[in-house]
Design a protein. Structure first.
Length: 133
């Protein structure tokens, strides 16, 4: 499968920006990701101490949902199961470089929206697993 084009990422980001006017949207987006990807959500939660606590877990899950929406829009199909096996398979020595190589537009979204290196690395790992599903 080809990488998600920049135009698709821009379309999703614009749609998400519009939805943020609804004060419940972020909660719905996080809940949707947790229900759709329970193992990935557990994986993110397991890194809470590395990324700054539970508030940052929610932040990461929100951005992971944006990645998932962009991938879904590009593929036009539902995801296969993304569990711990897929997360293990997505592990790379340099996660950000691997993510930039495989999904440059998604990696650019993460880089431009996330300042913390640990959060970027975690989202790159999640993005690689989602991209492979």
């Amino acid at each position: 499968m080809t990488a998600v084009p920049e135009a698709v990422v821009e379309k999703i980001v614009q749609a998400v920006s519009g939805r943020l006017s609804d004060p419940n949207y972020a909660q719905v987006a996080v809940g949707t990701f947790v229900q759709t990807f329970p193992d990935v959500s557990r994986f993110i939660t397991a890194h809470a101490d590395e990324i700054g606590g539970s508030e940052m877990v929610i932040h990461v899950v929100f951005h992971a949902q944006v990645l998932a929406e962009a991938l879904h829009e590009h593929r036009g199909r539902e995801f296969a199961t993304v569990g711990f096996v897929e997360l293990d398979q997505a592990s790379e020595s340099d996660l950000e470089a691997a993510f930039s190589s495989k999904e440059p537009a998604l990696a650019s979204y993460v880089a431009s929206n996330i300042d913390d290196a640990n959060v970027r690395k975690l989202l790159a790992h999640v993005g690689l697993a989602l991209s492979a599903a």
